[in-house]
Design a protein around this ligand. Structure first.
Ligand code: PRX
Length: 633
């Protein structure tokens, strides 16, 4: 491969894009031929959005780790694959060449085999941001096990739901982790999660911090012991293109997170291709994506995309404001980072800390900046462009989703037009449309509508684990013949897309997705709570904050204590990342006569739009709206 599919000019982009939609199969077959396949495909694409059934490169065989690692060894064995920057700047960073990463991955793959893990088995990975997490992911892929990474901020309860849903008999974890000044046990959370699950066969424990860990006999095993017993050679398992590569759970509008399934061949082709093109990665560039591997961005653009391109990828264990809000900029200077990819929420929070935390750093290594996860506001965009990019680095605002596997809308850095707050044009092979509420395509520009995609791309969701109907209902049923994203968008006069936000009951808090029902389910399990309604409200730093309206059974005067109990329940049921920003105790929810909660009214109240609530007279109890307005926080 080695970047021969990198587009170099805007004219070339226009031509490639045109070809990619007029002859998509030919286009993707060409791109795919840049990768290493054990056997090539019989058929490029077979698809039917009504079922949905999507098959890319059927009949082909491959292993993605051969493409991420083995393939680069002849020429790049000593080239740095991974730089690991620890939580504390006083600790030493580590680097892994392609050869040493290959050895580590094979070693761990052999350990997984020793544990009895086989092709097709699901493996739950619950770990801090340490190199072993990358090894674990790639080791699973090496032996054909399906990894299911769970972000380390999720609670025991969330882990256990996910383990049960995909029946993971094997878990990889670590003793403990550091996040800023805090040290947090990790293995103990796993212990709690699996206490009542009887099918767990083993838990592999990585020692990261010498934290005391209780090993359960015949179940828990230390990696340090097992790794002594294996070699650093491990032949890659041959996978069919449509075999599952991983599951990643994400929130939707229903209460239960769903396991988005990605498959080997298409995911490889799309993440490899888009990484090279969006970021315009050049050999020897140092690339840093700040996302946690627990989210799709970490999977696609910290691990797979960069490694498929023989890139140098930086992994950071810590947080942006530790030991001070200059940490990101310090790390950029320290490692001479050329391409920096982060979330708007991080930019906004660092911007709020003041320019004095940026000024001590030079940042001259930077060539390209990127954002992902949520809409970026004009002010944050400008600050990022002026103060971090020093006015010379293009910002790629990349729009995509867990379900899309890779970036669908974005500028190509330095090549396509950049317009602040706009994700921009579709990548080659992507056919976005805006639909009106009747589900008809709006063909002109300068319009707003529901964002959907009308043709498959290689890394799109194949199913939701264990429940294909849910996948159909969620993404392919609302607008027949389309993949529906759940987002609303605008298209400007030049065809550039701007994402407005979710149009379903999903809240995007600091780029993390939560279903309102998921949070409500948790709140309702607090003693003395009758029901609740959760909505997102505009938040200066997080993009959206969580506002919970809660109805209690017996009114209490100790509101603060009640709020604390609610927060504790959410932390227990979901995790600390889902804590509401505001909780308002009310005597009833605004409902229609048929009992439907009027979230639109609640949303408007939280946005301060109380003049503009529409007709409330048809509500079951119109007075409730007055009460809520008076008590709003
Ligand atoms: O609403 C969109 C928003 O994040 C959602 C997808 O969330 P998730 O699956 O967690 O993946 C996040 C990282 C890919 C989308 O439906 N979103 C993502 N990127 C952008 C965005 N909103 C605006 N601009 C973006 N660049």
């Amino acid at each position: 491969m080695h970047n021969t599919f990198q587009i170099k000019t805007f004219e070339e982009y226009l031509e490639v894009y045109q070809n990619s939609i007029s002859e998509p199969e030919k286009f993707w077959a060409d791109i795919a031929s840049h990768f290493q396949w054990h056997k090539t495909w019989d058929n490029v694409l077979e698809w039917d959005f009504t079922k949905p059934q999507i098959k890319w490169f059927e009949g082909a065989q491959l292993n993605i780790t051969i493409n991420c690692l083995d393939r680069h060894l002849p020429e790049k064995a000593n080239h740095t694959a991974l730089i690991w920057e620890p939580n504390s700047p006083n600790d030493s960073y580590r680097t892994y060449s392609y050869q040493s990463l290959f050895n580590e991955v094979c070693r761990m793959a052999n350990v997984l085999k020793l544990m009895g893990i086989k092709k097709g088995d699901r493996v739950c990975i619950y770990m801090p941001m340490i190199p072993d997490l990358a090894f674990a992911i790639l080791a699973c892929a090496r032996i054909g096990a399906i990894h299911s990474v769970i972000f380390a901020g999720f609670s025991a309860n969330s882990i256990s739901d996910r383990i049960i849903d995909s029946h993971c008999k094997h878990i990889i974890t670590a003793d403990a982790m550091s996040r800023g000044a805090k040290q947090i046990p990790v293995k103990a959370v796993v212990d709690e999660a699996i206490e009542n699950i009887d099918f767990i066969e083993n838990v592999l424990v990585i020692n990261h911090q010498n934290w005391p860990v209780i090993y359960k006999e015949n179940r828990d095993i230390s990696y340090d012991i097992l790794k002594q017993k294996v070699s650093v050679e491990c032949e890659a398992e041959m996978m069919q293109a449509e075999d599952e590569l991983f599951i990643l759970y994400t929130s939707g509008s229903t209460g239960k997170p769903k396991g988005v399934v990605h498959t080997c061949g298409g995911y490889m082709v799309y993440t490899g291709y888009t990484f090279a093109n969006v970021f315009q990665y050049q050999s020897k560039d140092i690339y840093w994506c700040t996302a946690d591997i627990g989210w799709i961005t970490g999977h696609s653009y910290m691990i797979y995309g960069p490694l498929l391109n023989a890139a140098t990828t930086l992994m950071f264990e810590g947080v942006p404001n530790f030991p001070d809000p200059g940490r990101f900029w310090q790390v950029i200077d320290k490692h001479h980072v050329n391409i920096f990819y982060t979330a708007p929420t991080a930019i906004r929070s660092l911007m709020a800390c003041g320019i004095e935390h940026v000024l001590p750093y030079n940042l001259s290594s930077l060539k390209t900046l990127g954002t992902v996860g949520e809409p970026i506001n004009e002010e944050a965009w400008q600050w990022y462009f002026d103060h971090i990019g020093k006015g010379k680095c293009p910002i790629v605002d990349t729009w995509w989703q867990t379900e899309t596997g890779g970036i669908l809308l974005s500028a190509l850095a330095g090549i396509s037009p950049i317009k602040p707050t706009h994700a921009g044009l579709p990548l080659p092979g992507i056919q976005p449309v805006l639909l009106n509420s009747d589900g008809n395509e709006i063909s002109e520009n300068n319009v707003e509508g529901y964002l959907a995609v009308k043709f498959p791309w290689p890394s799109m969701i194949r199913t939701t684990w264990g429940d294909h109907e849910r996948c159909r209902m969620n993404y392919f049923d609302t607008y027949k013949g389309y993949y529906f994203t759940g987002d609303g968008a605008k298209r400007d006069e030049n065809g550039l897309y701007r994402i407005i936000g979710r149009v379903d009951d999903v809240i995007n808090v600091s780029g993390h997705r939560f279903g309102t029902a998921e949070i409500e389910n948790a709140i309702n399990q607090t003693p003395n709570i009758v029901e609740s309604a959760v909505v997102g409200f505009p938040h200066d730093i997080k993009g959206q904050g969580i506002y919970a309206f809660v109805v209690v059974e017996n009114f209490t005067t100790d509101i603060e204590n009640l709020k604390m109990q609610i927060i504790e329940t959410i932390v227990e049921k979901i995790g600390r990342i889902a804590k509401p920003d505001k909780i308002q105790i009310i005597s009833g929810l605004p409902k229609t006569r048929s009992g439907k909660i009027m979230r639109r009214i609640l949303r408007k109240i939280t946005e301060g739009e109380i003049e503009n609530l529409g007709d409330t007279s048809t509500l079951l109890d119109p007075l409730i709206v007055e009460e809520i307005i008076k008590g709003r926080i």
